[in-house]
Ligand binder design. Sequence first.
Ligand code: ATP
Length: 398
Amino acid sequence: MKIGMYGGTFDPPHLGHMLAAKWAKELLSLDKLIVIPTRTPPHKELDDCSASPEARLEMARLVALAIEPTGSVTVSDCELCREGKSYTADTVEELFRQYPEDELWVVMGSDMFLTFEQWQEPERICALAGVCGFTRAPGEAVAPLKEQAKRLQERYGAKTAVLSLPEDVNVSSTEIRELLERGDNTALSKLLWSPVYGYILRHSLYGMQVDLKHLTDEQLRAVSYSMMLPKRIPHVQGTEEEAVKLAKLWGADVKNARRAAILHDCTKYYSVDEHMALCERYDIPLDPIEKGSEKLFHAKTGAALACHLFGEPEEVQAAIYYHTTGKGNMTTLEKILYLADYMEPHRDFPGVERLRELAYVDLDAAVALGCEMSIEEMKEKGRPVHPNTQAALDSLRR
Ligand code: ATP
């Protein structure tokens, strides 16, 4: 196996890091790329307002999943677990012990590659791994990198590679921290992956004073996305798109429809313990069917966070609360979120087209059809039907 290690401070990880990792993995034909956040960088001082090593690790995890959801890009905490300065030579040795049969590569941007001789024990690194330098700014010349590669071959017998990345973003984490300080959201949205920005907001990193109860739509999106696996984001985006269209057509509050859709799955990936902790904290009752079905927890805990963490109005909370089961006598917004979640453009199951047509002609008939489909599905799977779904259907039929 060909394994790359991509180390850095990642304070915070930005789109430049993401693109570099994606292209380095592809151009070097790596089977696996391990992103390794540094605990104490040997070559620079961390800012006073830097994020903690644990937060940098979590942000790197969000980015790794986005680069390659299949798991061939992973994040390692090996440098965070080591005391003292984080020398790459020690990390390479650790990786070599872990993967003795494999071909190791250390990949880095041109700034690091051109100063490689000043690193701690470069010869120890070159003895165990290839060294790959890539361009990190648009139009950056490769000639100096090639000359450096030659020097490293002559001096350390290094195995080297030089890559000119087909896509690049001219940004550094230092610039990102400055933009965060200035609150320049427009620039940030082009340089940071949305869930990373959301993570920063949620944890008030880099000295930001964030009031989670007064987030803009864009910030709310980022925060919500930061709480889920990247693979769920397209579904949430589709639900928002659909909920807004339905709200415009059926005369519901568009802002509330949008925000309910953005938050409806925000606790979807919480563990059972995390759901239970929220239920206890906010006194959320779970009925016997809910207790037996983890899939139903997130509607209730999501509604609780919409209320207590994000300060959303009752209408939004209720739409989230009932978005999985429905209920008797639903409000227009509750019907809209229920349906939008069911039939957003990424959903693909027999009958979804009929649901999509009906939703724009007869809202109640569409919700009733959704309830019937859910009841049918539960029966087929031998699972109990939630009484709220039956109540929704009964009230719509009446
Ligand atoms: P800082 O501004 O705090 O020094 P940085 O943006 O240079 O941070 P690091 O975490 O120190 O980021 O960099 C980790 C690795 O990512 C290095 O090998 C660096 O060359 C590379 N890198 C950083 N920014 C980019 C970018 N925009 N494009 C490609 N590679 C990058």
